[in-house]
Design a protein around this ligand. Structure first.
Ligand SMILES: Cc1cc2nc3c(=O)[nH]c(=O)nc-3n(C[C@H](O)[C@H](O)[C@H](O)COP(=O)(O)OP(=O)(O)OC[C@H]3O[C@@H](n4cnc5c(N)ncnc54)[C@H](O)[C@@H]3O)c2cc1C
Ligand SMILES: NC(=O)c1ccc[n+]([C@@H]2O[C@H](COP(=O)([O-])OP(=O)(O)OC[C@H]3O[C@@H](n4cnc5c(N)ncnc54)[C@H](O)[C@@H]3O)[C@@H](O)[C@H]2O)c1
Length: 489
């Protein structure tokens, strides 16, 4: 026998990995929308940045979220365009849909965008990228694989994962989440979606358009985070396209097996061949060992408006910080913490100017307060609600996209919120996000000249409503005009 020089103890124990120490200005944990935004900015401004990613570069948005969902929605939109158009003189046809090809489109879109979020790109920017999960071992040290990292500041950007509720029977049936759905290559015959939030409704419409039967089971109200009047515009269209939407139907039990799955609710039992769970998110905090670093958390990490945790050296941004869960919010958080971390200057993240959009057709978009929130915050008498419908917009009429409306909530001449349901609502809300971000008066929008004929004119027309009672229904204005006309040469 060869070599018996080691002790018996050593033979039993695998060799300890040699820990490599790293000292860095900033350690970023998580390479999703938030972590990457921060890392790109901080490294280009001269900071020594180390970035940990345990799974895929780009995080949820690129791999399992915004990007694949919008790509699949695009396939559904194309199929729907072929089914419609009779009123425009174009004979509709029944589209031949290859679900697998639509999914290949999804994967190609991810691959096309992936280089922007890649390890190579970030290393090119000077970021030290380590492909490991990180966990705190004390207040200023994080371990990741064979690395022990000490950082002056830490940014936690570990995002969120699909929340799977403890519904009886769910552990015994196969189900999809946003992490598996985009790899499913076989078209569901009957997709049961549990959860009528943005994920559920976007995927419900994409699937019904691609030829699946779809039932959405919602425990409360579908699209319940939006203004109900605006949400109804979308729900009406989805129902018209064949999506069955069952509201106030909290799922009590799930039963069945692969291919035949039944969801039991107080409103009845619903059976399909594929189940998608889309009932919200849970923050990715389990692996972080937050207690070792003195970082307070409940379901998400506790932060103040400055995005600082209870450990003063550590910040939390994006989905893991609770609050709004959107890619643009994660990016905004990343940009916000650049100031304190790189320059030692104070910075606070605002929430009053954050827009969001749900990419159903028609789209649903919001910034600031909804009508109900504005009334609750400012009182019924202080809030003026300006409205304008799509069916009075010439471009919408020309294109046959007349479902929808805009509502703008104004307090003392300043918009505090805007809601749009209709064609390209996600694009149109940008103007109102600018207004709210800069606390502009409604007059700024009324003074804008919008090109004719554009959907964007709905914003100007809504703003114009502010002046209708003040100019067109005012006895005083009429008196002044009468007087001036009397003496004007
Ligand atoms: C189906 C779907 C559609 C969506 N559509 C939109 C949309 O259209 N528009 C929009 O604005 N938002 C959308 N979102 C939300 C958006 O994806 C998230 O808000 C965004 O990705 C959050 O970014 P983040 O940086 O906080 O986290 P993530 O993007 O989730 O990134 C976190 C990263 O951290 C990594 N990580 C976790 N723990 C550790 C650890 N301990 N160590 C190292 N790495 C770790 C993860 O692997 C992940 O890569 C959608 C979400 C879903 C699920
Ligand atoms: N277009 C976008 O920007 C976009 C798209 C998708 C997701 N997202 C982000 O991802 C987040 C998560 O989306 P989501 O749709 O999973 O969550 P969500 O929390 O917005 O909606 C989940 C829905 O599931 C319902 N629900 C919960 N438990 C249930 C049960 N047992 N039975 C029946 N219904 C139940 C809730 O009442 C709720 O309406 C969103 O809040 C959003 O921030 C954004």
């Amino acid at each position: 026998m060869k070599d018996t020089a080691h002790t018996p103890n050593e033979t039993l124990r695998p060799q300890e990995p040699v820990m490599q120490e790293i000292k860095t200005d900033v350690l970023v944990i998580g390479a999703g929308s938030g972590g990457l935004s921060f890392a790109a900015g901080a490294s280009q401004m001269g900071a020594d940045v180390t970035l940990l990613e345990g799974h895929k570069m780009g995080g949820d948005c690129l791999n399992f979220g915004c990007v694949p969902s919008k790509a699949l929605i695009a396939a559904g939109k194309q199929a729907q365009a072929m089914r419609t158009g009779e009123t425009l003189g174009v004979t509709p046809v029944l589209p031949k849909v290859s679900y697998a090809e639509a999914k290949r489109h999804v994967h190609r879109v991810i691959e096309t965008i992936a280089p922007v979020d890649s390890q190579e790109r970030f290393e090119g920017l000077g970021v030290r990228v380590i492909r490991e999960y990180g966990r705190f071992v004390d207040k200023e040290t994080v371990e990741a694989g064979r690395y022990r990292i000490k950082a002056r500041r830490v940014v936690i950007a570990t995002g969120s994962s699909p929340f799977v509720p403890p519904i009886p029977g769910l552990d015994e049936v196969p189900f999809e989440t946003n992490e598996t759905l985009f790899d499913l290559m076989e078209k569901p015959d009957h997709l049961i979606v549990v959860g009528g939030g943005p994920i559920g409704m976007e995927m419900a419409q994409a699937h019904v358009r691609l030829g699946s039967r779809v039932t959405v089971i919602e425990g409360a109200k579908a699209l319940g985070k939006d203004d109900p009047e605006m949400a109804e515009v979308v729900l009406k269209r989805l129902r018209k396209e064949g999506v069955e939407i069952v509201e106030e139907a909290q799922v009590s039990r799930v039963s069945g097996k692969k291919g035949t799955i039944t969801v039991h609710t107080p409103k009845g039992d619903f059976t399909g061949d594929t189940l998608l769970m889309a009932v919200g998110r849970k923050a990715n905090i389990e692996r972080l060992n937050l207690d070792a670093a003195g970082i307070k958390h409940d379901r998400a990490i506790t932060v103040g408006a400055d995005l600082r945790t209870t450990n003063r050296r550590v910040y939390a941004i994006g989905d893991v910080a609770g609050g709004f869960q959107f890619t643009h919010v994660a990016g905004y958080h990343g940009a916000t913490v650049i100031r304190p971390i790189l320059f030692g200057l104070p910075a606070k993240a605002r929430t009053d100017h954050i827009p969001w959009a749900t990419y159903t057709d028609p789209e649903l978009a919001q910034v600031g307060l909804t009508e109900a929130q504005a009334v609750e915050r400012h009182g019924k008498h202080a809030v003026e609600v300006l409205r304008f419908p799509y069916h009075e917009n010439d471009r919408a009429i020309a294109e046959g996209k007349t479902d929808g409306l805009i509502k703008v909530m104004v307090v003392k001449g300043r918009p505090v919120g805007a809601s749009i349901a209709g064609e390209k609502a996600g694009e149109l809300i940008g103007l109102w996000a600018l207004v709210l971000a800069n606390k502009l008066k409604i007059g700024a929008v009324a003074a804008m000249v919008a090109p004719y004929p554009t959907l964007g004119e709905i914003s100007k027309r809504a703003a114009g409503q502010y002046y209708v009672p003040r100019l067109f229904q005012s006895d005083m204005v009429k008196k002044v005009v009468g007087l001036v006309q009397k003496y004007l040469p």
